[in-house]
Write a protein that binds this ligand. Structure first.
Ligand SMILES: [Zn+2]
Length: 65
C-alpha cells in the first residue's frame, strides 16, 4: 500500500494538473514480459504489470454481484 501518501491533499483543489505530465517509467511486465510503462517508480521487489495484466490481476467489479 504505497499509495496512501497521495490521499493527503484530497480536497484542496491542488490536483488539477493534466494527466499527461505524469512521469512514466519503463518496465517489463512480470507476467507476460512485455515492455511497458507505468506511472510509478517500480521498487524492484513488487511485480509490475502492463495495463492488460494489471486489469486481469485486479478486476474492478462491483461488490454487489
Ligand atoms: Zn503483461
Amino acid at each position: 500500500m504505497s499509495f496512501s501518501r497521495n490521499n493527503r491533499n484530497r480536497n484542496s483543489g491542488y490536483d488539477r494538473r493534466p494527466r499527461e505530465n505524469r512521469e512514466m517509467f519503463d518496465v517489463v511486465c512480470s507476467k507476460c514480459e512485455k515492455n511497458t510503462q507505468v506511472p510509478f517508480k517500480p521498487d524492484g521487489e513488487r511485480p509490475v504489470y502492463c495495463q492488460d495484466c494489471y486489469k486481469e490481476n485486479r478486476p474492478k467489479r462491483p461488490s454487489r454481484f
